[in-house]
Design a binder for this molecule. Structure first.
Ligand SMILES: *Cc1c(COP(=O)(O)O)cnc(C)c1O
Length: 367
């Protein structure tokens, strides 16, 4: 049996470090923000090649408040992709702005830079590429178009801790970058957490106020803010886990290499494309299969876990019907949504697990 995701083994390996970290917070009584959160903000910003970190209570809050800091609001358009987790688009709507979609490049599953310019209007304020599955979007052409049109770039890096693009870390390329530390992410809290990274002091100052009721100093609410503060315990846990992140990412990459070797000749399976100028962090190992239902049923019968990320592109989700999009408008996103399957992928996945999964896939392909 190979589960799709399993968090317990990792926890057991760092149990004592985690217990000490949590105890420190309990003793300090700094349960919301505080010294551990501040230290984690500095450490994660440094790790990601950025200057400032602003800890939040989720990746969704990070996206929402980054959009507000960029000045996006009613009447403004934010360009992003429909093939993403729904939070990317929900955050645009929270800010009161209008999401505008461009299709993905089917090989990378990220924003097709060639389609970006045509989507820009007088109302466009922000471009928000998503580094989906742990691989960077093609940032140079995106940044180039955005600069020419004076648009703010916000990276949705919720799946891309430690990923790189041309030697630059995801999180260091846009004007702001948003991370999630949801438990299943590559760097996962033991609860909910998120962060915005930026090199700009003005954004950092605004974001720190927005997450804490718009306060400049206590009870001086100079902005209409939110309660989006990071917990002290999550900051302490994430500091411990950050020290292991590089080893965990390397482990994911090794398992991905192994999947790639074992499945190379397996014709009905489309393997993920890893670009030579990017370091894929393999948040998810996503293959493409035309007969997805049959494939997943077969894996299920053999006790191999698998997932779909994501079965419906955001422009076709029932809850977002009022955006007014129709089927056929973003064909690559729609085709990806119909064909993608995520295989088991986590740092503690063993080499034997990968052999088992690949064996089941070979069996399915040969039947
Ligand atoms: C997880 C995720 C988010 C939201 O993060 P939360 O911490 O769950 O709020 C946003 N965008 C993408 C691409 C994600 O994967």
């Amino acid at each position: 049996m190979v589960p799709f995701l399993e968090l317990k083994t990792q926890y057991l390996g760092i149990k004592d470090e985690i217990a000490d970290a949590i105890q420190r917070v309990l003793d300090s009584t700094q349960y919301a923000l505080g010294a551990e959160v501040e230290a984690f903000e500095e450490e994660f910003a440094a790790f990601s090649g950025s200057t400032y970190g602003v800890g939040m209570n989720s990746g969704t809050s990070a996206l929402h408040l980054a959009l507000l800091a960029a000045g996006a609001g009613p009447g403004d358009e934010v360009i992003t992709v429909p093939h993403t987790f729904v939070a990317t688009v929900a955050a645009v709507l929270y800010a009161g702005a209008t999401p505008v979609f461009v299709d993905i490049d089917p090989a990378s599953y990220t924003m097709d830079p060639d389609l970006l310019e045509a989507a820009i209007t007088k109302r466009t304020k922000v471009v928000m590429p998503v580094h989906l599955y742990g691989q960077a979007a093609d940032m140079d052409p995106i940044l180039d178009v955005a600069r020419r049109h004076r648009l703010t770039v916000i990276e949705d890096a919720a799946q891309a801790h430690g990923a790189e693009y041309k030697e630059r870390k995801c999180g260091s390329m846009g004007d702001m970058a948003c991370f999630s530390f949801y438990p299943g992410k590559n760097l996962g809290a033991y609860g909910e957490a998120g962060m915005v990274l930026t090199d700009r002091e003005d954004y950092k100052t605004t974001l720190r106020m927005l997450r804490d009721w718009g306060q400049k100093t206590k009870y001086a609410h100079v902005l209409k803010g939110f309660n989006a503060r990071m917990d002290g315990i999550q900051g302490a846990v994430l500091r411990v886990k950050l020290r292991h992140l590089e080893a965990w990412t390397e482990s994911r990459r090794e398992r991905a290499r192994q999947y790639g070797e074992l499945l190379a000749g397996c014709e009905p399976i489309g393997l993920p494309v890893e670009y030579s100028d990017r370091r894929h962090a393999y948040h998810l190992y996503v293959v493409r299969v035309a007969d997805r239902e049959g494939f997943m049923g077969f894996l299920g019968d053999r006790d191999v876990g698998a997932g779909i990320h994501y079965p419906t592109p955001v422009h076709l989700l029932e809850g977002y019907a009022d955006l007014g999009y129709k089927e056929g408008e973003f064909p690559e996103a729609e085709r990806a949504a119909a064909e993608v399957v995520s295989l088991p992928m986590y740092p503690e996945l063993t080499s034997d697990h990968v052999v088992t999964v690949a064996g089941a896939i070979e069996e399915w392909a040969a039947r």
